[in-house]
Every structure is written in structure tokens, then in C-alpha cells.
Design a protein around this ligand. Structure first.
Ligand SMILES: Cc1cc2nc3c(=O)[nH]c(=O)nc-3n(C[C@H](O)[C@H](O)[C@H](O)COP(=O)(O)OP(=O)(O)OC[C@H]3O[C@@H](n4cnc5c(N)ncnc54)[C@H](O)[C@@H]3O)c2cc1C
Ligand code: FES
Length: 503
């Protein structure tokens, strides 16, 4: 299935060349999403020497698969921050996020296709069981002195409300791929050196050397702007991962327009809804509930979003279908700053990371300039190192993982794979290890180890995106084993047919 997002389908990546040879630099940024690009632009504008490498295309990670909404609140609720951190931190969160949105507005002024627009965020419950969340938000925002309005109902075609509707004025929306492309061009214009299709394959955090297939980069500072940091780190043990599915319906005759806004309808069949105009075509975008990766039926999850969208907007064939994942910080705040390895990381953004990514870039830029912003101390990744024994647990699992991987298929595995029909996948366990296999619709067989190279969990098939997904920390792999996303650096080991074995 084509899973290109509406953003990537209607705006180009900038098209920088790949790295060609070894380099030395002051700051190396790994990852060309909103976090890495904003940071590259800020540092280059300060006159710092910056190199940014992106495994795929600029914006092709979560940024180009998001919903493009910018808001001061949090999808997990500011009331959860109030109960965990107190009212003062709620005010700080709102102030940081507001400043980040203003920053994006400022950057967008001269940009093509970004379509920054101010609009309200409308939050409501579709069922009484979700009303407590909305009431908690109303109360928390009142105490934080944030502007808000209340309505008693919501107009069709939006899903009906079960109780009071909260409206936050003056939030915003962008075309996230167009914004990523704009940031990349601004960073390059300010002197940053950007390289697409350049994957970090090995990261030596102590020596500050990063290997890619086309050259090694030595840096004074490394920033992992990779959505979740690569390799084995404390934060992975603390961050639940979720995938979400999205559709963009082309707006046509007979459809009612929900109007401009960020609409969050909470419930079992809840949706995040917005519209987007591209080249004279309006789209209604609906994003559904969260599911743990590698532990749900991807096709059923996508179909559930399509069915919910059809109920409210009509049975229109989606023009775009896509999916992306997010990482939740354990205590509601992201992890931003230097971690125990000495690299900078920026993660745990939940589904609020266009704004958190911008906050992160600004904080890291300040820290690299020698200052210590107050908010940075709240987001320190080191707040996790207090978890007793976390390091030894992580190391133990990693060792277990290594012992399970074998190079060749066993006789029994080969027998089973010979009956795998085109389009089917299977995990076949035997004393030769776990094998994850998929036969393409054209009949080609791909067989790889089913053991995730991050910390050894077993991968699961994702039939929507044709990938092997790991339920533990969200690493995802193509059928040939190459890494798509997540903390894994190494591909899944290819399992060769025994006929290739010499002797
Ligand atoms: C369905 C969905 C909808 C969302 N909607 C919103 C929203 O409306 N508003 C909001 O604020 N947030 C939203 N989010 C969250 C937001 O999109 C992300 O938090 C944000 O885009 C993260 O940006 P990033 O730059 O940190 O990561 P990414 O955009 O994921 O960028 C990381 C980049 O690193 C690259 N990379 C990874 N490994 C390597 C490597 N080894 N070498 C080189 N490069 C590498 C990747 O290819 C990728 O391009 C949404 C999330 C989801 C899942
Ligand atoms: S074990 Fe961590 S992502 Fe697979």
C-alpha cells in the first residue's frame, strides 16, 4: 500500500546530495526533521560549523508524517503536568510552547507553501467517560491564566460532543514538509552542510566519530535529532511508543466543511481532524487512536480510521493514507539535553513534537553557546539515571539478543518458507533461531532474523507498511532487514538459504 503522507505528496524535499568522504566539524546533527533542521539553522546563523546528515530525505521522518498542528497545550493533557509537576511548570510549558509557535510563525513569513495560519484548538469528549480529561484541561488552563472559551455543542460534520467543548484561540497550523524544506534551505544558506541519504551506521559517542556508508564524521559535539536516540540508552526503558494512522480525504461535492481549526474529538473512535488546501484541492485530514507498534493489527487500525472518517465526512476514497509513531516521556515532559554518553538527545515529544522539537532546538542551541536556560533543567535526560539498575538490565537484554541470531535457515524453516504465498509473511521459530520472512507479490522471498538488533525483542509484521516492527522501543525494518526508524542502528541479519552454505 502506498503510505505517502499528504504533506510529502504535495511538497518537495530540498534534494541535498549524500556525504562524499570524511569530514570534521564543530557540531554534527543526526536527523533532518524539525528538531535537527531548526538547530542547524540556528547554529549556522550564529556562525558555528554545522554538518547535518539525514538517513532518507529531509522531512521524511515523523515531521513529514505528522498533522501539522501547533498548540500551547499537550495532547496528553496539561492537567497531567499539573498533577506531576505543579502549576508553575504548567505555566513554563505553555510559555515555552507559545514562544516556539511564534518562532515558527516568524520563520514561515518568507517561506513558500508553509501556509502558517492561526486557528483555534477545539477539544471535546465524544463519550461521557472522556469528559474528565476535558474538565481537567479547562480547570488547568484557567489556573494557568491561559485564554479559553467554552461552547456547549459542536456542529456537524464534526463528531458530536458529549459535554462542554473547550476552545483555545490563537493556536496554529502549517504544512510540515514545506516547513522542513524551508528550514533546510535556510540552514544551508547560513552555511550549514546538509547531506540526505546519509545514514549514521555507527556512533562512537566518546570519540565523537560517526560512521556512514560514504564517510566518517568527527565532531566536537553530536546531536541525535533522530526522534528517538540511536543505540541503547536509559530513555528507551522509560518511553512508551505508539503508532497512529491517518487519512486525507479529498474534499468534494456534498461534503460539509469543518472549517479552520485543530479538532480533537476524544473517544474510542476519537479523531484528530483538520483541513489543508493544496493547489486548489481541499483535504480533510483525520488521524486515529494510538496503538503500540508490533502489537496490533495495522490493517485493522487503518480501516478503523477510514471508517470513522467516512462516518462524519462521507464514504470518500482517501487520497493519502499514512502512519507514524511517537514516544511519550514517562513524566509528561520531553528529554532534551546532554545524556550520559555526552551526546545531545531530544525525544519523548508524544504527538506534540513540532512544537517540542522547536523548543528542543532552541534549548540545545543555547546550551551549546554556554548558557543554561531554566526550562532545560526540567527536561534533562539525566533525570532518568536515578532509575536503579537500568543500565545493567539494558546490557543483559542486549547480550541475550546476540546469542539468538544465526546466519542460515534451518531445514525446517526452508520447508515452511517454500509454502509461503506471495504477499504473505511468517515468523518461523526453530533451534536455528527465529526467522522473519515475507514473500513479495512478485514472488521474491525475504528472510531475516526476527530478533531486533536494538535489544533483542522479536519483531512483528506490519501489513500496511510492509515492515517488521519491534514492540519494545519502536525500531522498524524493511523486509530486507534495513532500518527504517527507531533506536536500532544495525539491520536485521539476513538469513541465507542453506544452498549458499559452502562445503
Ligand atoms: C501521527 C502523528 C501526528 C503528529 N502530529 C503532530 C502535530 O500535529 N503537531 C505536533 O506538534 N506534533 C505532532 N506529532 C509529533 C511530531 O511529528 C514529532 O514529534 C516531530 O516531528 C519529531 O521531530 P524530530 O525532528 O525530532 O524527528 P523526525 O521528524 O522523526 O526526524 C528524525 C530524522 O532522523 C532521521 N534519522 C533516524 N536515524 C538516522 C540515522 N541513523 N542517520 C541519519 N538520520 C537518521 C530520520 O530519517 C528522520 O528524518 C505527530 C506524531 C504522529 C505520530
Ligand atoms: S528491542 Fe528495542 S526496538 Fe527492538
Amino acid at each position: 500500500m502506498n503510505t505517502q503522507s499528504v504533506w510529502r505528496g504535495t511538497a518537495p524535499s530540498p534534494g541535498f546530495g549524500m556525504l562524499n568522504g570524511d569530514l570534521g566539524t564543530e557540531v554534527l546533527i543526526i536527523g533532518g526533521g524539525i528538531t535537527g533542521l531548526t538547530l542547524a539553522m540556528l547554529l549556522a546563523r550564529q556562525g558555528r560549523q554545522v554538518v547535518l546528515i539525514e538517513a532518507d530525505e529531509i522531512g521524511s521522518g515523523t515531521t513529514g508524517h505528522s498533522t501539522g498542528n501547533l498548540y500551547e497545550t499537550l495532547s496528553g493533557g496539561l492537567h497531567t503536568i499539573r498533577s506531576g509537576w505543579g502549576e508553575q511548570v504548567v505555566r513554563q510549558v505553555v510559555a515555552e510552547r507559545r514562544a516556539a509557535i511564534e518562532f515558527i510563525e516568524e520563520q514561515s513569513r518568507a517561506a513558500t507553501g508553509v501556509g502558517f495560519r492561526r486557528c483555534p484548538l477545539v477539544l471535546y469528549a465524544m463519550s461521557p467517560s472522556q469528559q474528565g480529561f476535558v474538565d481537567g484541561e479547562i480547570d488547568t488552563l484557567l489556573r494557568a491564566g491561559a485564554q479559553q472559551e467554552r461552547r456547549s455543542s459542536i456542529d456537524a460534520p464534526l463528531p458530536p460532543a458529549a459535554g462542554p467543548v473547550l476552545v483555545l484561540p490563537n493556536q496554529a497550523q502549517i504544512q510540515p514538509q514545506a516547513y522542513a524544506t524551508h528550514l533546510a534551505r535556510q540552514a544551508a544558506a547560513a552555511g550549514a552542510s546538509l547531506h540526505e541519504h546519509t545514514r549514521a551506521l555507527q556512533i562512537d559517542a566518546r570519540a565523537k566519530i560517526v560512521e556512514t556508508a560514504t564517510g566518517a564524521i568527527t565532531a566536537r559535539e553530536i546531536v541525535m535529532a533522530t526522534h528517538t536516540p540511536k543505540g541503547i540508552r536509559f530513555v528507551h526503558a522509560e518511553m512508551p511508543v505508539h503508532r497512529e494512522y491517518a487519512v486525507a480525504l479529498p474534499f468534494g461535492a456534498g461534503m460539509s466543511d469543518p472549517g479552520p481549526g485543530i479538532f480533537w474529538a476524544l473517544g474510542d473512535e476519537g479523531l484528530s481532524i483538520r483541513t489543508y488546501d493544496a493547489d486548489g484541492q481541499r483535504f480533510v485530514i483525520c488521524v486515529g487512536r494510538e496503538h503500540p507498534p508490533g502489537a496490533h493489527n495495522a490493517k485493522a487500525a487503518l480501516m478503523a480510521v477510514e471508517a470513522a472518517a467516512a462516518r462524519h465526512f462521507g464514504a470518500v476514497q482517501p487520497a493519502f493514507r499514512w502512519s507514524a509513531q511517537n514516544y511519550h516521556g514517562a513524566d509528561g515532559l520531553p528529554y532534551i539535553g546532554r545524556d550520559s554518553t555526552g551526546c545531545f538527545i531530544a525525544t519523548g515529544f508524544a504527538t506534540d513534537g513540532l512544537t517540542w522539537g522547536t523548543v528542543a532546538a532552541r534549548l540545545i542551541a543555547e546550551e551549546l553557546s554556554g548558557s543554561s536556560p531554566a526550562f532545560a533543567s526540567l527536561c534533562k535526560p539525566s533525570r532518568l539515571s536515578l532509575i536503579k539498575g537500568a543500565k545493567s538490565i539494558l546490557e543483559e537484554v542486549a547480550v541475550t539478543a546476540k546469542s539468538l541470531v544465526k546466519d542460515y535457515l534451518t531445514h525446517r524453516q526452508e520447508e515452511k518458507l517454500s509454502s509461503l504465498a506471495p504477499g504473505d509473511s511468517a515468523i518461523i521459530d526453530s533451534d536455528g533461531g527465529s526467522c522473519a520472512a515475507w514473500r513479495s507479490p512478485q514472488g521474491e522471498l525475504f528472510a531475516v532474523s526476527a530478533v531486533c538488533t536494538h535489544m533483542g525483542c522479536k519483531v512483528h509484521w506490519n501489513s500496511v507498511e510492509t515492515s517488521w516492527d519491534c514492540p519494545c522501543h519502536g525500531s522498524r525494518f524493511r523486509p530486507d532487514g534495513t532500518v527504517i526508524e527507531g533506536p536500532a542502528l544495525r539491520p536485521l541479519a539476513v538469513r541465507h538459504p542453506r544452498s549458499l552454505k559452502s562445503g
